[in-house]
Structures are given as C-alpha cells and as structure tokens.
Ligand binder design. Structure first.
Ligand SMILES: *[C@@H]1O[C@H](CO)[C@@H](O)[C@H](O)[C@H]1NC(C)=O
Ligand SMILES: *[C@@H]1O[C@H](CO)[C@@H](O)[C@H](O)[C@H]1NC(C)=O
Ligand SMILES: *[C@@H]1O[C@H](CO)[C@@H](O)[C@H](O)[C@H]1NC(C)=O
Length: 336
C-alpha cells in the first residue's frame, strides 16, 4: 500500500520531473558524425542535483547550472550580454578593437557565429564578446563546444575574468592552429603569468571539440574533449568575476591579423556549473522539492538554480562596462 506521504512525494517528484523536462525542449543532439564528441564530453550531471547542489566529477559541488544549445536559438539567452565597449590601442596593439553585438549571429539549426569581419582597415577593429550577466561567479566548471575559425588573425577566448590579476583563460590563436593556450594571469605584479601551450586537436578548425576549464579554489584544471590536459595551481584567481567568450584582433603578434577573410568562431553550446559569491545558499535544504526552480529562457536553454539564488540581483550591462577599462586589457599584450 502506498502511504499518503509516499504518494505525495511521488506526485511532487513527477511534477518536478515534468517541469524540468519541459524546460529542456529537445536538447537537440548533434548530427551522427558528432556522436563521438558527445561520448567524450559534456557529461550530463543533472541527475546528481539534490535540490541544492550538482556534483561534478573532478570538481565538487556547485549551486548553479546553465546549459545553452545555440542551435535551437534565434536570440541570446538572458544570462548573456553582448559587450559594446572599445579596447584602446597601445604599444603592443596597433589597432584598437570594439566589441560589436552585430557580429554575434544566432539562428535556429546552426551554431552561434562570433565573427570578426575580414578585410578591415579602419580603427577600431570590429570584434565581439559575450559575458555572463553575473559578475559574482566564484569557482566554476565551464564547457564550450566550438569549432575554431581556419582564418588567420584572431584570438578566440573562453575565460573567467575579474580584472588583470584575477583571470583564467583558454585561448586559441587562429594563426597558430597547432596549439591551445591555458593561462592563469599573474595575481600580483611581477609574479609572471602562468601560461602553457598544449597540442590542439588535429581537427580543431574543421570539427567541434569541447574546451573546458574547472576553476576551483585549489587550482584550474583544463580539459579538451573531456580529457584532463593541464592543471595550473599558481596564480589561481580567488575573486568572483564574469565568464566570457570572445573573438578579437588588435593586429599585434599575439592575435596577428586583422583577418583578410571573415573569421568565424562557431559555438554550438556552452554549459556551466558554478557558485555565486553574493548568493547565500546556506539555508538550502537538500532534496527539498520547493528549492528547485527550472526556467526556460528560450528553446534549448536550461537554467537551474536553487531558490536562494533566484532572489539575487543580476549585474547590469552598465556595471560591466564601467568596471572594465582599457587598462584591464594589458594582459593580452603580455601574452606574446
Ligand atoms: C560551492 O558552494 C558550496 C556551498 O553552497 C560548497 O559546498 C562547494 O564546495 C562550492 N564548490 C566549489 C567548487 O568551491
Ligand atoms: C583585482 O581584484 C582583486 C580583488 O578585488 C584586487 O585585490 C586586485 O588588486 C585587483 N587587481 C587590479 C590589477 O586591479
Ligand atoms: C598567420 O599570420 C602570421 C603573420 O603573417 C604568420 O606568421 C603565421 O605563420 C600565420 N599562421 C598560419 C597558420 O598561417
């Protein structure tokens, strides 16, 4: 016999499952040729959510999760802001560059395109960048499934940024398709950045691969296609910040360029598990049905956070633009 209590629990669980399923419309699977990518990346740990935390293997517990399949979207999800500010030129940047939202193109049935138009001669160069609406992300596991542009002359960046000295990066120089760069920027002037170039997947510019960083309190672990490739413990950032994705050029040796033809970074999906420093989750009760909140911001999007996180204020675009200055970008020039 089912007790009333058990019945109620089952009812609640079924309802919640339905809500979550509803929030995940046809998380469209990649084409057959990409099945192997699925197998070696993007392990779905949703099943480990206990109402408060997700357990991510090799990383620990996180309170928040988002997953966006851009092939199902015509517009950016609310969690992201397309940057509009300009980064000045300097001794190691012959060109200034400006982030132009028009260079980020979404359309159902295709990956998101982040474009640096070819043949530019005017200053500033037209480039593009996406940032999370939250500036308070403190530790995260971030996965980006992307195909790198075969056109020389940009850097694609998938990174966490607070300022010059609190930053961890995955960077791909399209003029050096043999390598992927993993870096913790120096936490103190004179410390020296901690940067490594590892072998790139041989099909980096013709196929999608998963690029992942797990930024933890103990260090940053970098993965390619689900394989732990490098761990950096020195210069590990410890201040909350934004998650960012960009593609840009300043004409200097780190980026080369500007590109002669359209340089298009394709991003099929991004997924992140993360904690937020300004959200107090200490009252969260594991397995408490009422703490689960799944929302769908657009098709293919899933955002799940615990109840405590919902009440917090998102950062406005203005906050981001006024806190980032040209000087913050010195770090790019250090990278050569
Ligand atoms: C995330 O926050 C929870 C507390 O809500 C904590 O237990 C966990 O260790 C944090 N995760 C990481 C990777 O720091
Ligand atoms: C970056 O932010 C951290 C934490 O707020 C601060 O201690 C550090 O001085 C900042 N670095 C720069 C270069 O502004
Ligand atoms: C990209 O352009 C730079 C500068 O012209 C050149 O040194 C580099 O070898 C090029 N990379 C490739 C892959 O052709």
């Amino acid at each position: 016999m089912l007790s009333f209590e058990t019945f109620l629990q089952l009812f609640l669980l079924t309802t919640i499952a339905a809500v979550i399923a509803d929030a995940t419309p046809s998380n469209s699977r990649p084409s057959a040729s990409d099945n192997s990518l699925d197998a070696r990346s993007a392990t779905d740990v949703d099943g480990t959510f206990d109402g408060c935390h997700y357990q991510v293997e090799g990383a620990g517990a996180f309170s928040n999760h988002f997953s966006f399949d851009f092939t199902t979207m015509d517009t950016l999800p609310d969690e992201f802001i397309a940057s509009t500010y300009e980064v000045g030129s300097g001794p190691y940047a012959p060109y200034a560059h400006i982030f132009n939202p028009d260079n980020i193109v979404l359309g159902t049935g295709q990956p998101m395109q982040m474009i640096v138009p070819g043949g530019q001669t005017a200053d500033p160069l037209d480039t593009c960048q996406l940032v999370t609406r939250y500036d308070d992300i403190l530790y995260a596991s971030v996965r980006t499934v992307a195909q790198v542009s075969p056109v020389n002359g940009t850097v694609h960046g998938f990174f966490m940024y607070m300022n010059d000295t609190q930053e961890t990066d995955i960077e791909i120089r399209t003029g050096d398709p043999g390598h992927v760069h993993f870096t913790n920027q120096q936490t103190h002037p004179g410390n020296g950045e901690t940067t490594y170039a590892v072998a790139a997947p041989s099909t980096m510019t013709s196929a999608f691969h998963e690029y992942r960083y797990d930024w933890l309190s103990t260090g940053t672990n970098f993965y390619i296609d689900g394989v732990l490739t490098l761990t950096i413990t020195r210069n590990n950032p410890s201040s909350p910040g934004w998650l960012m994705w960009n593609s840009w050029s300043n004409g200097y040796a780190w980026t080369y360029g500007p590109p002669l033809q359209d340089n298009i970074l394709l991003i099929r999906s991004v997924e992140a598990y993360f904690n937020r420093s300004s959200v107090d989750t200490s009252n969260c009760e594991p397995s408490a049905a009422t703490s689960i909140r799944a929302t769908s911001t657009s098709a293919g999007a899933r955002v799940t956070t615990n109840a405590a996180a919902v009440s917090s204020r998102p950062t406005s675009a203005a906050d981001i633009e006024t806190t980032k200055t040209d000087a913050d970008y010195d770090y790019y020039w250090d990278c050569t």
